[in-house]
Design a protein around this ligand. Structure first.
Ligand SMILES: [Zn+2]
Length: 479
């Protein structure tokens, strides 16, 4: 039975970690690390008489998610109450959205590519996070539990897929792609503990659909589903069948355990939330969300392939994280040769970062310094054998390509007429130059232009000195 193909669908909950406040009240969204039950107010713990007010930024962020997932945005939406009794939810209902019983989620019918497969997104909805339950021991053996409502009311987007996922590995890839996409659009930071959680439905050979809850990482989704797949196969082999139920992923013991027979949707008694007015999603609102979005990974892949001539595989690797593709773009801007930069970043830089245990976003190597190092290599100034140690100190300490490697190039730098380039840039960017007179921070923009125009050869610090001197002179009345 090893060839049995499971049918897998995911329900992913992602906190909108870019927000300053919770979904329906003004409590700070940054709840982590605070003493239990100190980040709360009457609204988010559901005291009688308190009234929720929708956080507009949360709506915009959810619209961005819908656009990024190519979903159809509903033009008229409202919130529903999902009723259930559970300690993490003191008001006994969760303000959510629903696509049955006349409910309308924020968007429907989206999609996300995972390599050569497309996973359809059934719905995207906005809802509040419940509080956090801390069991003493494990969920099955615990005799008591503690509840912290600091998380209660945090804005979540729920993303529900169609059962298009064909293996535990694909489920992991889906989550990785989704995380990367949400990080691109700036609504989500996957590095925060518990920011992305997922429930998975899995069934085989027409057996009962089992929901696995409490999966909190990419690695766990693959492990939990692999365990569940093996368990269901075993039961089928022994002729026992698989019953429809909810199981809990115990990440410590690496097994799923039965929790309860699955609630049916009618058990939740969904009905429209009477305390929140319906929302008309106007063109202007959608444009506001779209206008604030950067280029998306799949748009970037197309550019890397069609304009830079990279292979699709290489392009996909480069956009797999936002920090990586931003670094790549900046190096290309300083140095050119997108194909050389791509293979160098993937073949040399990433393995080194891996070895050092440094994340791309934590690397101190500046793109213009990397461009400089590449140029040193091109011109035969740096021997291959010393590239690694130089790069190492760039990554760890932010040092410029070191003296022993660079000094010969420094002498060539004289060939670059920095003063002339600065004159040209000031001439072209008069407005920015005048800005810099009032606001010294605006100088950085000009420095960047000069460095780029010099092909990465000009030393940014040197350029900064010259430019700020110029600004001072101008302020005194002479240029
Ligand atoms: Zn609150």
């Amino acid at each position: 039975m090893s060839e049995v193909k499971p049918v897998i669908g995911l329900e992913v909950h992602c906190q909108l970690t870019n927000l300053k406040t919770k979904l329906f009240c003004s409590c700070p969204a940054d709840y982590r690390g605070k003493p239990p039950n100190t980040n709360i107010c009457p609204v988010c713990i559901g005291e009688p008489g308190s009234l929720p007010v929708l956080n507009r930024e949360a709506l915009i962020s959810a619209l961005k998610v819908a656009i990024a997932l190519r979903a159809d945005i509903s033009r008229f939406i409202y919130f529903s109450r999902k009723n259930y009794f559970y300690p993490d939810l003191p008001k006994n209902f969760q303000i959510s959205q629903y696509d049955g019983a006349g409910g309308i989620p924020i968007a429907r019918d989206g999609s996300l590519d995972i390599g050569d497969r497309v996973v359809r997104i059934r719905r995207i909805q906005l809802e509040e996070d419940p509080g956090r339950i801390v069991y003493e021991g494990t969920i099955t053996s615990s005799t008591g539990l503690l509840i912290d409502y600091n998380r209660s009311g945090i804005a979540l987007v729920e993303i529900v897929t169609e059962p298009d996922i064909g293996s535990p590995r694909e489920a992991r890839i889906f989550l990785e792609r989704l995380r990367s996409l949400l990080e691109y659009i700036g609504v989500f930071d996957g590095g925060l503990e518990g920011a992305m959680r997922c429930d998975a439905n899995i069934s085989i050979l027409g057996g009962g659909r089992v929901e696995v809850k409490n999966i909190s990482s990419f690695h766990d989704v693959e492990k939990a589903l692999s365990f569940e797949l093996a368990r269901q196969k075993q039961r089928m082999l022994r002729g026992l069948g698989v019953i429809r139920e909810t199981r809990h992923w115990d990440s410590r013991r690496r097994i799923t355990v039965s929790l309860r027979v699955k609630e049916e949707e009618q058990d939740y008694r969904y009905f429209p939330e009477p305390d929140l007015p319906p929302i008309i999603v106007t063109d202007a609102l959608i444009e506001e969300a779209r206008g604030a979005m950067p280029m998306l990974p799949y748009e970037k892949i197309d550019i890397y392939v069609s304009k830079y001539g990279l292979s699709r595989g290489l392009a996909e690797l480069l956009v797999s994280s936002k920090a990586l593709s931003e670094l790549y773009d900046k190096i290309v801007e300083c140095y050119g040769k997108p194909d050389r930069v791509a293979s160098w970043v993937i073949g040399e830089l990433l393995p080194l970062l891996d070895k050092l245990g440094v994340k791309i976003q934590d690397s101190k190597a500046k793109p213009e310094d990397i461009a400089y190092l590449l140029r040193c290599m091109d011109e035969g100034i740096v021997d291959k054998s010393v590239v690694q140690p130089i790069l190492r100190s760039m990554v760890l300490e932010g040092s410029r390509p070191s003296v022993e490697a660079g000094y010969r190039l420094e002498s060539r730098m004289e060939e670059v007429d920095v003063d002339r380039i600065i004159e040209e840039v000031v001439e072209m960017e008069k407005e920015a130059f005048h800005d810099a007179i009032r606001n010294p921070k605006a100088l950085n923009y000009l420095v960047g232009l000069v460095v780029r125009r010099s092909g990465g050869r000009a030393d940014p610090r040197e350029v900064y000195k010259i430019l700020s001197k110029k600004v001072k002179e101008y302020r005194r009345g002479g240029v």
